[in-house]
Design a protein around this ligand. Structure first.
Ligand SMILES: *Cc1c(COP(=O)(O)O)cnc(C)c1O
Length: 377
């Protein structure tokens, strides 16, 4: 059977049971399971606030939107960000009339603190950090830099569901202003599409809940009493958007969260098998996890001399690897910073994501690693 790069595993019967509750109750929208999932996520992560959304993408947009309005940033101000990410991360800036200013990545393929400091200027307002593959990279140093220069820090934690450092979720570290998770179909906690925005400051959480529901100041669930009484009157305080999540997605999320730690342990076991298999291959560079041992390992990355050749060779064996990601400054919309991030540019030509998911067996890993080692040696 063909081996895919990413493949979600759902606990089907339990998911159906949770969804059935929504259908029987007649409540599939915002409220009910979304509230339960928010509570469970706060308990699991330690975030003081969590607002359930229909994607991480809208969460990143909203994070920038709220910080811009509340901190008084101007159009044309800059946020320093990474070129090695999915474009959702960077679209949050132009969507809000801000400039995405690209800094280079380090050996973890996370933002390189030295280059971040170099890119700071009088228009810089924030840093957008991506926990690439679930890694934290040098986030601690980035926090210090943000503190020193009075910058806000947004964490795109799309890959980081379940990542912990010394038992703590990095999104909750002091100095991270807002953390945005993704529960998109192939992420570590898959639903179909949804996400969570977690502000450190409760005032911003209150604003997010209004903005994510057309600017309305009371949601329908909160306006429906125990006896089915329904208060119809509300005020509209913002021109908001429709970003909130729904109970069907949350129902799946609640089930998948129960297995997240167990699932991530299995991913780490597979990743360490790969690590061992490639340890003495001089032509392969492993993109490793830094000083923490609880990485979510959303993806497993190698840097190889002939990436296109290896992709083809793997495909011949019905093994479908991937590329995460192409240097975003190669896209025409971000070409204004092309050449500003030489390491990212170089890495982007050589990076390959090997299959890593919960359906893979140890035998599969040996098979994939064998093909990779044969081709590259
Ligand atoms: C998947 C992903 C997103 C977008 O998440 P959605 O929930 O699909 O909107 C953003 N950033 C990164 C790094 C991602 O991998």
């Amino acid at each position: 059977m063909a081996i895919q790069v990413l493949k979600p595993k759902f606990h089907v019967d339990e998911c159906i049971e949770q969804i059935r509750e929504c259908l029987e109750k007649g409540w599939t929208g915002m409220g009910f399971k979304t509230v339960e999932f928010e509570e469970k996520w706060k308990e699991y992560t330690g975030h003081p606030h969590a607002y359930y959304l229909n994607s991480n993408t809208v969460g990143l947009y909203m994070a920038v939107q709220i910080l811009k309005a509340e901190c008084g940033w101007n159009d044309g101000d800059e946020i320093i960000t990474t070129p090695i990410t999915f474009v959702s991360t960077n679209h949050a800036m132009p969507k809000n009339n801000l400039i995405a200013r690209f800094a280079d990545v380090d050996e973890y393929l996370c933002l390189d603190p030295q280059d971040v400091e170099r890119k700071i200027n009088e228009r810089t307002r924030a840093v957008m950090f991506v926990g690439y593959g679930g890694r934290v990279g040098r986030l601690k140093t980035i926090i210090e830099i943000c503190r020193k220069h009075g910058l806000k820090l947004i964490l795109d934690a799309a890959h980081m569901s379940g990542t912990r450092v010394d038992g703590v979720c990095p999104g909750t570290w002091d100095g991270v202003d807002v953390t945005v998770y993704s529960y998109q179909a192939v992420k570590n906690l898959p639903t179909a599409d949804s996400g969570m925005i977690c502000f450190a400051d409760g005032r911003y959480d209150v604003i997010a809940r209004k903005l994510g529901w057309l600017g309305i100041n009371k949601d329908t669930y909160a306006r429906t009493g125990d006896k089915g009484t329904y208060k119809w009157k509300y005020d509209v305080e913002y021109v908001g958007q429709k970003d909130h999540g729904n109970s069907i997605m949350a129902a799946i999320g609640i089930v998948q969260l129960r297995y997240l730690d167990e699932d991530n342990r299995y991913r780490r076991m597979l990743a360490s098998m790969y690590d061992q298999a490639f340890a003495d291959n001089p032509n392969i560079k492993i993109v490793g996890a830094p000083y923490h041992d609880e990485c979510s390992y959303h993806i497993y990355e190698l840097i190889v001399p002939d990436r296109e050749g290896l992709l083809d060779e793997l495909a011949k064996h019905e093994i479908y690897a991937g590329v995460h990601y192409r240097d975003n400054t190669e896209y025409s919309i971000y070409a204004y910073d092309h050449g500003e991030c030489p390491h990212a540019h170089e890495v982007s030509q050589h990076i390959i994501s090997l299959p890593l998911h919960l359906y893979l067996t140890e035998e599969d890993i040996r098979l994939v690693a064998g093909v990779v080692n044969d081709f590259t040696r």
